[in-house]
Design a protein around this ligand. Sequence first.
Ligand SMILES: CC(C)(COP(=O)(O)OP(=O)(O)OC[C@H]1O[C@@H](n2cnc3c(N)ncnc32)[C@H](O)[C@@H]1O)[C@@H](O)C(=O)NCCC(=O)NCCS
Ligand SMILES: Nc1ncnc2c1ncn2[C@@H]1O[C@H](COP(=O)(O)OP(=O)(O)OP(=O)(O)O)[C@@H](O)[C@H]1O
Length: 211
Amino acid sequence: MTDGELPEPRPPIIGVIGPPCSGKSTVAKHLQSRGGEWINADLIAKQQLDCPDVIQELTERLGSSIVTDDGTISKKHLADLVFGDDADSFARLRVLESVVHPRTRRAIHDRIAEAARQERPFVILDIPLLIESGYQSICDEVWCMEISAEHHQRLLAERGWDDSELQRRAARQLPWKEKAAASTRVLRNEGTLADLKASVDVCLHETLNRD
Ligand SMILES: CC(C)(COP(=O)(O)OP(=O)(O)OC[C@H]1O[C@@H](n2cnc3c(N)ncnc32)[C@H](O)[C@@H]1O)[C@@H](O)C(=O)NCCC(=O)NCCS
Ligand SMILES: Nc1ncnc2c1ncn2[C@@H]1O[C@H](COP(=O)(O)OP(=O)(O)OP(=O)(O)O)[C@@H](O)[C@H]1O
């Protein structure tokens, strides 16, 4: 998606990225409470998996093991097929992305256009693959979550994830140092939830009051 395809004028767009379980959604939710339009790409991408034609195409291309008895797609089975470090898993992830990403981009574009029509004060683009997918070009700011290994382990443990669950996803993304370097702001998540929300308020005020 390029700038040219977006309506003008449009609200400031804040991209939020970060490792799984690093506080991204917490930041996005808090920004939404401050009036922003939260666009959650993970959610939009998963919603595409409910479309009958997507189910049919993915079943044909990835096999019927991804479909459960009630005819819906098992996200767990799909994750097991695509998040491996072997070439076949990587190829299957590319197939999944080739089916889901174009639809997700169209839905994101429509949501940004709607936010412009409603004259929302700002838009939150909560997209794990924001940098990899080139959305950075339409963002006025990109905030990258930074979390210490200790704190991250605690949050992952609360979610019931072991490190391998995180690594198999991270292996398919740019290294975090590259993402932080490509961002306009690094948001450290080391304290309490209240601390995180307070720092979000400071960053939002600076973003919306830049001259
Ligand atoms: C394979 C799926 C169904 C697994 O769903 P699951 O419930 O396990 O997702 P879960 O919320 O646990 O993990 C999502 C996290 O996985 C990572 N991830 C998801 N898709 C990808 C991808 N294509 N490449 C790298 N990392 C990815 C992101 O960090 C994301 O935050 C889902 O991740 C998916 O459909 N991915 C392909 C579509 C996509 O690229 N989505 C990301 C949009 S930016
Ligand atoms: N500073 C914190 N203190 C305590 N709990 C936290 C803190 N930051 C985040 N959490 C909790 O950790 C969990 C993960 O946070 P969140 O869902 O925001 O991460 P995420 O990066 O969006 O994860 P994912 O990308 O996998 O959806 C949530 O239950 C959230 O409430």
